[in-house]
Design a protein around this ligand. Structure first.
Ligand code: HAM
Length: 423
């Protein structure tokens, strides 16, 4: 019996993987410009990191983690997200003591959530994310948002919607929380089991419930924006001022609460509003998480970041009909005719590749016509044809596949002349 791929995962094959590489390269290039440096943390962490960091009452921790016991009876979890691990490392490696503050980091790698797979939702997916730790300036919130927006735009996406909200500071959230409890408590019996649990633990989560989304109390729930204290209000206004200054259109949505517990002040999501994009339209999510470092045992540290998955990025590109320029073709295909010529091409390929060209040859003993077909499939710009007779005379024919022009070149100076061709 054959073994199939696990549910919610995918193989990314040649032809598709080039899109990933382009997005990854663009993300790295932007991070260089914005001065974020790469951090690589383990794929698994102690389970406690996520229950404390992401939050016990979140769906991620309650239902979606791949948790296992190792042979030493430790509870470990495949990371469902990157922020908690980055903050863990920031604290553990004492990055708060570095001279350069804020510490600006980025990561790219697989995350794991046991979710019900559907279009745009996988059990293993790749996140690109950034985290800026150590600054409480709303300008860095705007910077983080602009990095995400620019990455999408530079890859050609246009149908984007940025939604922002403020979850306020602790004082504002406490006041809002009380208002939420008072609002839902009298009729909490009409809500799902999860919401009933959320009421005392984390009533904000009720607003994010998929099951009770249409309950009338949801529409009349107290808005966090009415509970922001002066500091939080000024912070949020400053962020909006900066976004406007950066020409980044946004909408304020007071119902945006995000699915993780560590947020305060800024919360944002970038959605695709391309027609035909599936039900899940969120491409990117992020926000501020002052206090998370303390939760993990470090000093008080403000932080902000976002993460986006490459899977949804590509889905958005497809929905907007954007074809990334992939498979641009190889420089040269070396075709041979006769045994000696065939042997000779082994070295010739090596020389071409060392000189910086992408080069391929036949490995299936194909007839010359089939070799040309193979060259066509590879979109070769040139085909170099070497026969036993040419080899004897130290010559090689080079055909420009775009113009059909063919020239005979001295084999000894082939690489040099080929370079001139290309110039
Ligand atoms: P999140 O909203 O849970 O936030 O995930 C961020 C992004 O990851 C989503 O917008 C989506 O693009 C992608 N994503 C999440 N789950 C899946 C899935 N099952 N399949 C495909 N893509 C998925 C976080 O993870 C936070 N750590 C973001 C953050 C960073 N906040 C501050 N810093």
């Amino acid at each position: 019996m054959s073994i199939s791929i696990p549910r919610g995962t995918q193989d990314i094959l040649p032809g598709e993987v080039e899109k990933w590489q382009l997005i990854e390269a663009k993300a790295r290039e932007l991070c260089e410009k914005y001065q974020y440096q790469e951090i690589r943390t383990p794929i698994f962490e102690h389970t406690d990191l996520f229950s404390r960091g992401v939050g016990d009452s979140t769906d991620i921790v309650q239902k979606e983690m791949y948790t296992f016991e190792d042979r030493g009876k430790r509870s470990l979890t495949l990371r469902p997200e990157g922020t908690a691990a980055v903050v863990r490392s920031f604290v553990e490696k004492k990055m708060f003591g570095l001279a350069n503050q804020p510490v600006k980091l980025y990561y790219m790698g697989p995350m794991f959530r046991y979710e019900r797979p559907q279009a745009g939702r996988f059990r293993q997916f790749v996140q690109f994310g950034v985290e800026a730790l150590g600054s409480n300036d709303p300008a860095i919130d705007a910077e983080v948002i602009s990095l995400a927006m620019n990455l999408y735009k530079e890859m050609g996406l246009q149908k984007l919607k940025l939604i922002i909200n403020s979850l306020g500071d602790k004082e504002s959230r406490t006041a809002h929380r009380e208002a939420l409890v008072n609002h839902f408590k009298p009729r909490i019996g009409e809500f799902c089991h999860d919401c009933q649990n959320r009421l005392e633990k984390n009533p904000l989560r009720i607003l994010d419930c998929k099951q009770d989304r249409d309950h009338e109390l949801m529409k009349t729930a107290p808005s966090i924006l009415d509970y922001l204290n002066d500091f939080s209000k000024a912070y949020f206004e400053k962020l909006q001022q900066y976004l406007t200054q950066l020409d980044i259109p946004f909408e304020v949505d007071s119902n945006l609460v995000r699915g993780l517990d560590y947020y305060n002040h800024t919360a944002f999501e970038i959605m695709s509003n391309a027609e035909g994009f599936g039900a899940i339209t969120t491409l990117c999510g992020g926000g501020r998480y002052n206090g998370l470092a303390e939760e993990i045992g470090g000093p008080e540290t403000p932080g902000i970041g976002f993460a986006l998955s490459i899977e949804r990025f590509i889905a958005a590109l497809n929905a907007e009909g954007i074809d990334l320029e992939i498979n641009q073709g190889i420089d040269v295909f070396v075709a041979s005719l006769g045994e000696e010529a065939k042997d000779y091409t082994v070295g010739l390929l090596q020389q071409l590749r060392m000189a910086g060209f992408s080069a391929e040859r036949d490995y299936l003993d194909r007839k010359i016509k089939a070799q040309f077909k193979a060259a066509d499939r590879l979109k070769a710009k040139y085909v170099a044809i070497l026969g036993d007779d040419e080899l004897k005379n130290n010559k090689i024919n080079v055909k420009n596949m775009a113009t059909g022009e063919q020239v005979e070149i001295d084999l000894n100076t082939f690489i040099k002349q080929f370079q001139e061709f290309q110039a």
